[in-house]
Design a protein. Sequence first.
Length: 256
Amino acid sequence: MITKMKKLSFLVYAKEYEDFLLRLRNLGVVHVVEHRRGELDDAFVQLQQKLHTYELTQTKLHKLAAAGDTQDKHDTMALADLDSAVNELSAVEQRIVSLQQELAAIDKDEDALQVWGDFSWQQITDLRQAGWNFGFYCCAEKDYDTSWDSAPDIVPIAKQNGKIYFVNVTNDNRLLSLEPLHLPVESLSELKAHRTRLTAELDEQNSRLGILCQQMLLSMDEGIRQLRSEADLMRVRLSGDAMAADTVVWLEGWIP
């Protein structure tokens, strides 16, 4: 059903304008004619930016709530804590992404070391400091010189997928013409311990993310409602047209 609207014009003393707008909102004015379209102050722009951040966060929270475990209940967050919570939520998400990337890097390093076994880098460092050259090599089977099998300074380690892995250990300057491999700086056991620490932290961050989601969700809905109301009021405030040397303000609006 279409409701008939009435258009009203108001001429208000400038010093009474703020109180008038509050009363006008309570009376149910649903639309105000904008006379100052485009003239927005810094406070209004900042409010709009905050509202946009809250709306993006709200969408994110609903997605997290739909994908996560919501059996555990947590107290709703106070509206005054929302700003800091939004920042914390962003920091937690960034840390989760960082941890996932670090774990992916560990996967890659473990794959590179599997064929060599769990050796000690410290022992190799000690050998090098004692004057021994120690290199890790890999080549296709067809490129492997079978005479190397009898060389005392070449030790085959493994043969996998058509490739031969071997080390070259010598105390003189006789080096192979092949380019040595550059292996991860952590051993397999060190990588395993590193993975355990990162996985534990990732579990903690995911748990914190779930708690923040539940605490913020209802509060964020209310926070957005208040910000929209404040933005509407500020937009109306900027819609008035100052007259008579800014002593009065002219405003037009529609009411049901």
